[in-house]
Design a protein around this ligand. Structure first.
Ligand code: GLU
Ligand code: ZN
Length: 493
């Protein structure tokens, strides 16, 4: 039987790291098995589902290049793939369950259920949830309620005895006493809307899903779902609940740790290849050694057996490292076109950019390439090239424990050296700057840092000589003279 798997998010919020990891694992598993990857939108909770979240789902999967074989927008033999378009199907199957005695209509009013909850809470009763009041209504009693025009909900008749076991590829057998399963959960609401459990099980069956790979938080629903499959007389798919994604502190990954919405990673300038590669390594590994995988490789080698049983740790620093590696693997031309939108957004260049701007970008790319963690880093790294930056404040130009007087002397001494840039070799110039330091008993940084800050406005910049070449000697000299003037004025105070 060929593998059919699905990613079945509820469009109630932005796609986050945990979600796309589930999507990727399903996608790679499908590909590695020559199977089918299905996207299904579980929007039965209409009050929480939004168009924005749905659009974000499509955008995110497109950006990560996760193509679904069947699902919304592309269609397929089991459609529609959006649950809110399938309500008639759920109603029909719920009616079938009532017919076969596996489910029953419940006419209890909201008020009665609320009182019940209150009583249970007050009595600290172990009995929680519905009291199965309508489980054994006679046909006549039902007819009576129907006659009064009361619209019932449909509840599953959970067996009172015995236990239910389901098998999970990673966790093994998980068994639950039927007595401990939610007492007769609602399958269909009185307005004809299905609950998550009903729609999920029906769709997984009708869509021929062979493996259910989803977040571990759904394990508690497992026994209930198995009871539903059994009530319908359907085969139960294989389960593979995925261990959680945590932050480095061992807590479930959340906003406290940093961005979790994939959209934000995209905006900051993470590359989809880097995010795909890293997220695939959170809780899965090939041999514990190999860290870089192309998408094509993952499509081949992904297996369920190699998913870790322990929770996966999402390490932002590690992702930065991956991203830097992927950035450096780009050609200069590719990187230039990836960086241009960030430069345009900062107002440094126009879009499309002029020939002169393009020249500047092309010259700058090889120099910033080595230092970028994320694409958006380029903005602060190159601001000094595109903007007439203000003279930095005095204390920013002073190396630790270095006086204003010394710094002025140093800068004055460097001017004739820097003017030689392009005439003498870089090594030679570096040597001469170094001796300005040694003559005054300073560390080399005591010379380089004030120049760097005066010229680029920042203590972190691309390599100094490269930065000066990009900026041009003329502007560099203006900035150096300006720094000297500012420092000198400060001395007088
Ligand atoms: N709609 C559920 C979710 O948002 C899907 C759970 C499942 O995959 O069965 O996570
Ligand atoms: Zn009832």
């Amino acid at each position: 039987m060929s593998v059919r798997v699905r990613y079945a998010p509820s469009p109630t919020g932005l796609q986050h790291i945990g979600g796309v990891r589930t999507a990727l694992f399903n996608y790679f598993f499908a590909r590695s098995q020559q199977g089918t990857f299905i996207l299904r939108v579980e929007d039965t909770d209409q009050s929480r589902s939004t168009d924005e979240a749905l659009q974000d789902l499509y955008d995110t999967l497109h950006w990560l290049n996760i193509r679904w074989d069947e699902g919304p927008l592309v269609g397929g033999p089991c459609g529609p793939y959006i649950q809110s378009q399938r309500f008639e199907i759920y109603q029909k199957y719920a009616a079938e369950l009532v017919e076969s005695g596996k489910a029953y209509p419940c006419y209890c009013s909201e008020e009665r259920l609320a009182n019940l909850r209150e009583e249970q809470a007050a009595a600290k009763s172990k009995e929680q949830g519905y009291d199965r009041h309508c489980r054994n209504l006679s046909a006549q009693q039902r007819a009576e309620f129907e006659h009064q025009g009361i619209k019932p909900v449909i509840r599953l008749k959970v067996p009172l005895e015995g236990s239910t076991t389901f098998h999970d590829v990673l966790m093994g057998d998980i068994t639950r006493k039927n007595r401990d399963v939610n007492p007769d959960p609602v399958l269909l609401k009185s307005d004809g809307f299905p609950t998550y459990h009903l729609a999920n099980v029906i769709d997984d069956h009708l869509m021929g899903i062979t493996h259910i790979m989803r977040a571990q938080e759904w394990i508690p629903s497992g026994p209930l779902h198995v009871l539903l499959y059994e009530a319908f007389g359907w085969d139960v798919p294989q389960y593979c609940h995925l261990p959680m994604v945590m932050g480095k502190d061992g807590q479930k990954l959340s906003k406290r740790h940093g961005s979790t919405a994939v959209r934000e990673f995209k905006e900051k300038g993470y590359l989809p290849e880097a995010l795909t590669n890293y997220v695939s390594m959170v809780g899965w590994s090939y041999d514990g050694v190999k860290e870089f995988f192309t998408r094509e490789e993952l499509e081949q080698v992904f297996t369920l057996e190699k998913i870790n049983k322990a929770p996966g740790v999402f390490d932002y620093k590690k992702l930065d490292w991956y991203n830097g590696m992927y950035i450096r693997a780009k050609s200069d031309a590719e990187l230039a076109s990836l960086l241009t939108p960030y430069l345009a957004k900062a107002g440094f260049v126009t879009e499309p950019c002029s020939a002169r701007q393009q020249e500047r970008i092309d010259a700058m790319v090889p120099i910033v390439k080595e230092r970028l963690k994320v694409l958006s880093d380029v903005v602060e790294m190159t601001r000094f090239l595109f903007e007439d930056i203000a003279c930095p404040p005095v204390d920013q130009m002073l190396p630790k424990n270095q006086t204003v007087e010394t710094t002025v002397q140093v800068l004055n001494a460097t001017i004739p050296v820097i003017k030689e840039l392009g005439k003498a070799s870089d090594e030679d110039l570096e040597q001469r700057l170094a001796s300005i330091a040694t003559e005054r008993n300073l560390k080399i940084n005591g010379v380089f840092m004030p120049i760097r800050v005066a010229v680029t406005g920042s203590t972190v910049s691309p390599p100094l000589f490269d930065s000066i070449r990009l900026l041009g000697l003329e502007t560099t000299m203006i900035r150096l003279e300006r720094a000297i003037t500012t420092l000198t004025q400060h001395m007088g105070k």
